[in-house]
Design a protein around this ligand. Structure first.
Ligand code: ADP
Length: 262
């Protein structure tokens, strides 16, 4: 990616008030957390062409290959209302990517609760949200997004816990990474205004993967299986168990897996 072009486009289109670009970095979230602890303005952006220590949830690693993927982190300074729903920043990014793919390329992605974006039932993007605290004072929220854009970004099946794919594979031609990044940032700004609102929950529900299908929830090694029935107004996942009861789970340290993979 051409750094000057990138910064010029973001500034001209008011997509980010400040940008830090790296051709290679450990993790954009680490850089963003440092910047959040300092003077990053609301909406500041860290972008990298390659991550050498990209992170997923639960200390898992996220692979970002040079020249093929998108890896970026947005720093938000949450307003009071937003600070009450920090858990919704992860679906915010997922919804934004969903909308961007739909609007720019007419691709229908699905959101695997709570934080992955799927194309053709395969993982195309991962999201890692981290909060920056100073004592009990919330300083910022870092929303990290990794997207497999070109085919070369996809790790082999043996290296991932869930089958992966790329936007290029679903589209049938290589999309422009910068165009995708701009579209996602635009949609993140747009959805932020609706964080937790009925339209937000509706879009999340409508595009939720595996609804009506058998799935298993892994909560720190404790596995519970049932039929995915949806999400409630707080963003918890709802599972209909064998005995007809509905079990509810907050995102936290939970992983969801369909019984039937891609
Ligand atoms: P989950 O939310 O499914 O628990 P994360 O979104 O935190 O997982 O991502 C970490 C996991 O994603 C890793 O354990 C690995 O299996 C998988 N992974 C790593 N890099 C990629 C990639 N580029 N594309 C798809 N999956 C990946």
């Amino acid at each position: 990616m051409d750094e000057n072009r990138l910064i010029q486009i973001f500034t001209e289109n008011q997509l980010a008030p400040a940008v830090r670009y790296f051709s290679q970095i450990g993790s954009t979230n680490d850089e963003a957390m440092r910047w959040a602890a300092a003077d990053a303005p609301d909406g500041a952006l860290v972008v990298a062409d390659e991550q050498t220590a990209g992170r997923g949830r639960l200390n898992r690693s996220w692979v970002t290959r040079a020249g093929a993927a998108l890896a970026f982190s947005v720093i938000y300074r949450p307003k009071d209302r937003e600070a009450e729903c920090l858990h919704l920043f992860s679906p915010l990014a997922a919804l934004a990517l969903h909308s961007a793919l739909q609007k720019v390329w007419n691709l229908s992605a699905q959101i695997k609760w709570p934080n992955d974006v799927l194309l053709q039932r395969r993982k195309t993007a991962g999201i890692l949200v981290e909060a920056a605290w100073m004592g009990s004072q919330l300083q910022g929220v870092v929303v990290g997004v990794g997207i497999n854009v070109l085919r070369g970004s996809v790790p082999p099946d043996a290296e991932v816990m869930f089958p992966a794919t790329s936007v290029e594979h679903a589209l049938g031609r290589p999309p422009d990474r910068l165009e995708l990044l701009c579209a996602v940032l635009r949609e993140m700004n747009a959805w932020r205004a609706h964080l937790g609102a009925p339209a937000f929950l509706h879009a999340w529900r409508t595009n939720l993967a595996f609804v009506g299908e058998p799935v298993c929830i892994d909560q720190s090694g404790k596995i519970l299986c049932g039929t995915l029935s949806g999400i409630d107004d707080q963003g918890n996942i709802l599972l209909r168990l064998k005995d007809g009861q509905i079990a509810q789970f907050a995102a936290g340290d939970i992983s969801l897996r369909p019984l039937q993979a891609a």
